[in-house]
Design a protein around this ligand. Structure first.
Ligand SMILES: [Zn+2]
Length: 63
């Protein structure tokens, strides 16, 4: 059973599209993931719709 969901986000620092894995069981609310392109910390806000699909929004830490 794989509870990891791949979410595509756009880095708020370098504007590159990058993919992050979110753990559906554990990751709810806010977490920080380093951008794979520019290595700066992206603040991710994770929500789930009624079908359980992760909706990830990415912002800078200072927002
Ligand atoms: Zn970046």
């Amino acid at each position: 059973m794989n509870n990891l969901e791949l979410a595509q986000i756009r880095c708020p620092y370098c504007a590159e599209t990058t993919e992050v894995h979110v753990d559906i069981e554990c990751d709810t609310g806010d977490l920080v993931e380093d951008c794979s392109v520019c290595c700066r910390p992206i603040l991710l806000h994770v929500e789930y719709d009624e079908s359980g699909t992760a909706i990830v929004s990415a912002t800078t830490e200072s927002d």
